[in-house]
Ligand binder design. Structure first.
Ligand SMILES: [Zn+2]
Length: 133
């Protein structure tokens, strides 16, 4: 799959940080961030950065993995409720054993994939468990 640096550059504000849009007319929180409100249609929205912290509601573990990524097996995906109330599905990293539902997690930037045609690496958001919070 090709990695397109111009597209990543255009979306860098939302690609490398968890961001949402907040409608200044009705207060609706839109995730992922958009230029208009999906509730009232207003274009008066502002971009806000999210804390990146949340609670793991549930997870799934997969042993089926793409060719070339076998050493990363198994991979975990979590259903996460961010502290701002938004629920997202995201990959979990640095998981040694099955995590407990209700664990605290935080966003981290990690490698997502490598373009096999030119070696470009795409980075993006994944989540890791945090302790003592
Ligand atoms: Zn609105």
């Amino acid at each position: 799959m090709r990695i397109l640096p111009p597209k990543i550059w255009r979306n860098k504000d939302t690609h490398y940080a968890l961001s949402a849009s907040v409608c200044e007319k009705c207060g609706n929180v839109i995730f992922p961030a958009r230029a208009s409100c999906n509730k009232c249609g207003s274009f008066k929205v502002k971009l806000v950065k999210l804390s990146g912290k949340g609670t793991l509601l549930s997870f799934t573990k997969s042993h089926q993995i793409r060719t070339g990524y076998e050493k990363e097996s198994p991979v975990y995906f979590g259903l996460i409720r961010l502290d701002e109330g938004i629920e997202i599905l995201a990959p979990l990293v640095d998981v040694d054993d099955d995590p407990k539902d209700g664990s605290r997690v935080e966003a981290t930037i990690r490698r997502l994939r490598v373009d096999s045609s030119n070696g470009l690496i795409e980075y993006g958001t994944k989540f890791r468990l945090i302790e003592n919070e």
